[in-house]
Write a protein that binds this ligand. Structure first.
Ligand SMILES: Cc1cc2nc3c(=O)[nH]c(=O)nc-3n(C[C@H](O)[C@H](O)[C@H](O)COP(=O)(O)OP(=O)(O)OC[C@H]3O[C@@H](n4cnc5c(N)ncnc54)[C@H](O)[C@@H]3O)c2cc1C
Length: 401
């Protein structure tokens, strides 16, 4: 008799779990996906490039009530092993700064393509447009209902993901299904998400991307900081550096985002401004940063420092240039909040990891039930760590130990 395995969720972790489970030819694997196709979110990852793992993955890059829960899975499925899995499916990859790994094609679609190929096995049945609505224990194992259909399974893997990125398929289903069999979850909040800021300055900069150090402050206290990509949007700040600090904004008020747009000491910046004043004295005052920054950024910093157009640069006082130098390394924007689940890349929080065995990902409450991916209370930093967890935990759950 073939052992019947049912996997709910055809995202990153569910596809990895299905391929792993099918390695044992004595199993019949059924993968249910509620959307019209598998991997819809995956195709949108990494701005369409899919940052599929990070060579620096270790437990300290993960969060949750007990991040150490991720340790055995990461030990057994480090990035190198995940990349070997993808290589066995035919994917070629490149590694960029910070250990971030992308497909060589630079297209997330390539990652999805090889997974779909990997799913084409005799003992895997893929059913799309099929949302699991209820599940219960039966004498043999489990019965899952999806619309008019019912599925029996000896073992069940929940790979429904979290509720971030609703347009790409983020839903609450996994938490609800797990709760129906006695599992509980922690509070959920959006992580790796843009920050909303007061509307004054950034709106004029919409669409501009800069490399900056960004600090999240509560008063003078620094709650989090990161260096990298910052994108000005019509609601505030986005980009990888902002995503990294967004976790610290959850539930907080009275925050400020401080951008350091010039990587030099304030005195050096002041000296450079004095030289510019002498050299380009006839230039309009608010264009004094011409050539040092994108023009819209330069003018915005001048405005922030109280320097307007009209007068010539040679009329600027030392006090005004000091204010500008300060703005260049500490441009502060009041944060009105972190964006919600819709704009977030990841759900922080999830199924309580204390209710699962970290070595096997099998439930401690319901034997034969496994969970993997973002559904569990594990989420990672920006940079490929979340997909690394999805693959690693999916491959582990698919062993069905
Ligand atoms: C815009 C965006 C960009 C991202 N970029 C990156 C990146 O570059 N690198 C990185 O590491 N991480 C990235 N992430 C995060 C990463 O995509 C997720 O952490 C990862 O996809 C989680 O995998 P998962 O399998 O747990 O969930 P998902 O990939 O979300 O898959 C869950 C699947 O389950 C299905 N499902 C849910 N309920 C049911 C049900 N009842 N019945 C049947 N099917 C169901 C869903 O439709 C979905 O397809 C990004 C996320 C977003 C939103």
């Amino acid at each position: 008799m073939m052992e019947k395995i049912l996997i709910i969720g055809g995202g990153a972790s569910g596809m990895a779990a299905a391929i792993a489970a099918s390695q044992n030819g004595a199993r019949q694997v059924t993968l249910l996906e509620r959307q019209a196709r598998v991997g819809k979110k995956l195709a949108a990852t990494g701005n369409g490039r899919c940052n599929l793992t990070n060579l620096e993955a270790s437990v300290r890059r993960y969060h949750g009530a007990d991040p150490r829960f991720a340790a055995p899975v990461l030990r057994d499925y480090p990035p190198e092993r995940v990349l070997a899995f993808f290589s066995s499916l035919g994917l070629q990859t490149v590694t960029e700064y910070g250990g971030r790994v992308y497909p060589r094609s630079d297209h997330a679609g390539s990652v999805l393509d090889v997974l779909r190929l990997g799913l084409e096995r005799e003992n895997i049945t893929l059913l799309t447009g099929c949302a699991a609505e209820a599940m219960r224990r039966s004498a043999e194992g489990f019965t899952v209902t999806a619309g008019e259909r019912g599925f029996d399974a000896d073992k069940l893997i929940l790979a429904c993901g979290g509720c971030a990125g609703g347009k790409l398929g983020g839903v609450m289903d996994g938490y609800v299904l797990a709760a129906s069999l006695g599992h509980s979850r922690t509070a959920l909040y959006p992580a790796l998400t843009p920050l909303r800021t007061a509307p004054d300055y950034p709106r004029a900069l919409k669409g501009i991307r800069v490399d900056a150090r960004v600090r999240l402050r509560k008063g003078e206290r620094v709650l989090a900081q990161a260096r990298g990509d910052v994108l000005f949007t019509d609601t505030g700040l986005s980009g990888t550096a902002v995503f990294e600090i967004s976790r610290a904004a959850a539930g907080e008020t009275g925050l400020t985002a401080e951008l350091c747009l010039f990587d030099a000491p304030e005195e050096t910046l002041f000296d450079d401004l004095c030289a510019r004043r002498a050299r380009w004295g006839a230039l309009e005052a608010n264009r004094i940063l011409t050539g040092a920054a994108q023009s819209r950024v330069g003018q915005m910093l001048c405005r922030y420092a109280g320097i307007s157009g009209g007068a010539a640069a040679e009329t600027l006082t030392d006090a005004q240039l000091h204010a500008l130098a300060q703005a260049m390394c500490a441009f502060r924007l009041p944060v009105t909040g972190a964006s919600g689940f819709e704009a977030a890349q990841v759900t922080a929080g999830g199924l309580r990891t204390s209710e699962f065995d970290p070595e096997t990902l099998q439930s401690r409450i319901v034997p034969g039930l496994y969970a993997c991916g973002e559904l569990l209370d594990i989420d990672g930093d920006c940079g490929g760590f979340n997909l690394q967890w999805a693959w690693a935990s999916g491959l582990r759950a698919g062993e069905l130990r």
